[in-house]
Design a protein around this ligand. Structure first.
Ligand SMILES: Cc1cc2nc3c(=O)[nH]c(=O)nc-3n(C[C@H](O)[C@H](O)[C@H](O)COP(=O)(O)O)c2cc1C
Length: 324
């Protein structure tokens, strides 16, 4: 899908046609979150455009923002194929891509020349290479932050992918505090400070989520993205061989857990920081629920694969109709 999308929109006319049929502009969709203006609150989640190859094409589909990455300092191939599985009976995907990407410098050079015709906000989702031990992870994140700094509007620190061995241990209190603090200090050395967000797993316990609230506040992290994919296989209806594939589950089975995490963080923090809600948004109602639970913005990936780009417009309309 992504290749043909990129090819089709190389031709300006097709891009224009896409833009007019998929976009939905309305003054009440505008948002200012962590100091950034969004033309609407519906974004593309990380993992779809890992290498920033499709920014021009994606700018015609009605998104208010897109997040590129996860990128790592050095290029890496990711896990062997097959590494993505469709669980159609569950409207879900299982993926164990493993941060396959061409390296942050390639992504940065693409963003430098991307046309981004429709004023999209661009996020940069950063991670560490598989071969980098956790004790040295900070330098990988720092490298990515610096390389992308001039070309993105906000950053996401991804410590929640289940597909890089040991990565989620960086969600523990001590290493997480050190990582976020170092990145924040680095961002203060640039002329313009850019927001840094933390992306978390849906599999954290309540007490781990309480720690997250404290860490985010203490480290002056600008917001949280909730959530990444889950390692849980609860409630799946697909055939045994499919649901037993290793990796993270996204899509419909994640809808209510990710909303629960958003509500928990929003309530425990008393709204102290903005939350981007992501996980199993397949309809306008799903997005509305996440916003009512405390999300300032939403993102999609699996719903976009199953429903197609019309979903973005439908969500925007639903948000306006609900007066949100
Ligand atoms: C194939 C695939 C690759 C993904 N790659 C990334 C990634 O590189 N970095 C990241 O932070 N999240 C990644 N995600 C997680 C999504 O950004 C999102 O958090 C998750 O899929 C839940 O949203 P959804 O139910 O709308 O898909 C990936 C998801 C899928 C399905």
């Amino acid at each position: 899908m992504s290749g043909s999308l990129a090819r089709a929109t190389k031709f300006g006319l097709i891009g224009k046609a896409f833009h007019s049929s998929y976009s939905y502009d309305h003054p009440s969709l505008k948002r200012t979150v962590f100091g950034i203006e969004f033309k609407n609150p519906v974004g593309l989640a990380a993992g779809f455009d890992k290498n920033a190859e499709m920014v021009d094409a994606l700018s015609n589909l009605g998104f208010g923002f897109i997040e590129i990455g996860t990128v790592t300092p050095r290029p890496q191939p990711g896990n062997d194929k097959p590494r993505m599985f469709r669980l159609v009976a569950d409207e879900a995907l299982i993926n164990r891509m493993g941060f396959n990407n061409q390296g942050v410098d390639v992504a940065a050079s693409r963003l430098k020349v991307a046309k981004n015709k429709h004023g999209l906000v661009i996020g940069g989702n950063i991670g560490k290479n598989k071969v980098t031990p956790n004790q040295e992870a900070v330098s990988d994140y720092l490298y990515c932050l610096e390389a992308l700094y001039p070309y993105v509007d906000y950053f996401v620190v991804n410590v929640s992918s289940p597909n890089t061995p040991g990565l989620r241990e960086l969600q523990e209190k001590e290493p997480l505090m050190a990582l976020l603090h170092t990145l924040k200090e680095k961002s203060k050395t640039f002329d313009k400070q850019k927001p840094i967000l933390l992306k978390i797993a849906p599999d954290l316990t309540d007490s781990q989520l309480e720690d997250i609230v404290e860490i985010v506040k203490e480290s002056e992290t600008d917001g949280v993205i909730a959530t990444n994919t889950t390692i849980s296989r609860d409630g799946l209806r697909s055939e045994k061989h499919l649901k037993e594939e290793n990796g993270g589950v996204s899509g419909r089975p994640l809808t209510s857990r990710s909303t629960e995490v958003i509500r928990f963080l929003h309530e425990k923090s008393a709204g102290a920081f903005p939350i981007i809600g992501v996980g199993g948004i397949h309809s306008a109602e799903d997005a509305v629920e996440k916003i009512k639970a405390g999300a300032s913005l939403v993102q999609l990936y699996t719903g976009f694969i199953y429903q197609g780009p019309g979903l973005i417009k439908a969500i925007c309309k639903g948000i306006v109709e609900n007066g949100l």
